[in-house]
Design a protein. Structure first.
Lengths: 111, 114
């Protein structure tokens, strides 16, 4: 199983770009990388998913280097409402049972 | 459209009792998966059901079980509760199953074992 680690916490200010890295040294060939956001008393919410290189959607970008042993979630121009816990998830493609959540990163955005 | 609904939202049990939690997925979603979230262990996968069949299972003891009905609603059961079972139990639904693609999570059922 892929073992995933993340920084425990990060602080930022409104309008800045935030990059959160997840380390997954044992990622397998079939594993996808997904990022979720979680607010207190709510379930996680999907942000972005990728397999290699770079993926971008309307809220974030995901950078995955060639060796795929890490991934970086990039949030452009954060706001106070982005204060939340962010989790990476490494999961085996094809419906296998390999599923590992990262330890979670508490992002705090201030004015 | 309605999101994933979990009931009950909060419950308190004592050691040795059993508990059943319910999850109604988004309409049209055939996969339901369950997770345990605790401050110490973080988010951990319990099991996944697709079209009434358990497809994947995490590393939890047999006291944790689940099932899925023909309408895709799912229940999980924990028997012989232990103090360490106190946690937020989350379910998620998806259209295709597996863990690629977007999982839609409910707000969770918070279980306290005394």
């Amino acid at each position: 199983l892929a073992k995933t680690t993340q920084p425990i916490s990060m602080d930022s200010y409104e309008g800045q770009e935030v990059n959160i890295t997840c380390s997954h040294n044992n990622i397998a060939t079939n594993d996808y990388i997904t990022w979720y956001q979680q607010f207190p008393s709510q379930g996680p919410r999907f942000i972005i998913q990728g397999y290699k290189t770079k993926v971008t959607n309307e809220v974030a970008s995901l950078f995955i280097p060639a060796d795929r042993k890490s991934s970086t979630l990039s949030l452009p121009r954060v706001s106070l409402s982005d204060t939340a816990v962010y989790y990476c998830l490494v999961a085996e493609g094809g419906g296998g049972n390999k599923l590992t959540f990262g330890t979670g990163t508490q992002l705090k955005v201030e004015l | 459209k309605a999101g994933v609904t979990q009931t009950p939202r909060y419950l308190i049990k004592t050691r040795g009792q059993q508990v059943t939690l319910s999850c109604s997925p988004i309409s049209g979603h055939r996969s339901v998966s369950w997770y345990q979230q605790t401050p110490g262990q973080g988010l951990q996968f319990l099991f996944e059901y697709f079209s009434e069949t358990q497809r994947n299972k995490g590393n939890f003891p047999g006291r944790f079980s689940g099932r899925q009905f023909s309408n895709s609603r799912s229940e999980m059961n924990v028997s012989t509760l232990e103090l360490g079972d106190s946690a937020l139990y989350l379910c998620a639904s998806s259209r295709t199953g597996g863990f690629t693609g977007e999982l839609f999570f409910g707000e969770g059922s918070r279980l306290t074992v005394l």
